[in-house]
Design a protein around this ligand. Sequence first.
Ligand SMILES: Cc1cc2nc3c(=O)[nH]c(=O)nc-3n(C[C@H](O)[C@H](O)[C@H](O)COP(=O)(O)OP(=O)(O)OC[C@H]3O[C@@H](n4cnc5c(N)ncnc54)[C@H](O)[C@@H]3O)c2cc1C
Length: 258
Amino acid sequence: MNIVVLVKQVPDSGLARQLDAELRVDRNGANNVMGELDEYAVEAALQLKEAHGGEVTVLTLGPDQATETVRKTLAMGADKAVHVSDEAVAGSDALATSKILAAALGRLEWDLVIAGAESTDSGMGVMAHMLAARTGAAAATGARKIELDGDAITVEHQRENGYDVLTASLPAIVSVWDTINTPRYPSLKGIMAAKRKKVETLTVADLGIDPSEVGAGAATTEVLTAADRPERSAGQIVTDEGEGGRKLAAFLAAEKFI
Ligand SMILES: Cc1cc2nc3c(=O)[nH]c(=O)nc-3n(C[C@H](O)[C@H](O)[C@H](O)COP(=O)(O)OP(=O)(O)OC[C@H]3O[C@@H](n4cnc5c(N)ncnc54)[C@H](O)[C@@H]3O)c2cc1C
């Protein structure tokens, strides 16, 4: 069972995030981390490998500093990694991102690809579907549980009020939510072992893609404007002088909460 996990380095969603002058996510800050849901994707891959054998390869597309994220996945237990890093990619939209990731998958032998259900920066939630369309593999997305039986995969697709059961034959592309597991922390032994694991670095030309097909110039979407979220207003204080309950109820009714 060869599993590829897609991980993306993103600005820490727990801290203030910025757009740069071209309205792109500013990735030059010090607070870059592995996409939150991608940690669950790595854990799901490691658990499947532990149960069924095989190899876990991590694939990332991002600037040089994304190596830190790759190292973390190797310290968690992934076997090797492929890092596509190329100046020409800056400003790529989701279509170009999927084109590059699909080309990189084309160089690897895999039965299963696991991604986060959505990244914690652009948050489009499309990558698993786009890669399934490009590779011809089945898409089983939004998983809260994955089971493998031979070359059949069963996924519980999470819904707001329950779940659907999806089955498919491998090869398949699965994306996961944070309900699927509890990601492990890298151990000291894992951190040391990661230093010896192989990270292959590729450019888009290595993948047979002309740089003019990706990047800002080839993007099919463009961010025209962006605005800061308005400051929270001070709120309304209801002073209870015997009528507090009524005033609260009137406020909630006016705001259509009741
Ligand atoms: C107009 C525009 C400009 C952009 N400019 C830039 C830019 O300058 N620089 C930049 O880095 N990004 C840029 N992006 C964002 C970049 O294109 C996104 O990575 C891409 O759109 C995928 O969207 P997403 O992360 O929301 O995917 P989602 O579908 O939400 O991601 C789901 C999962 O797919 C996997 N995945 C997604 N992206 C990657 C990746 N790169 N490598 C490995 N796995 C991945 C992860 O597992 C992730 O959890 C831009 C996007 C747009 C629309």
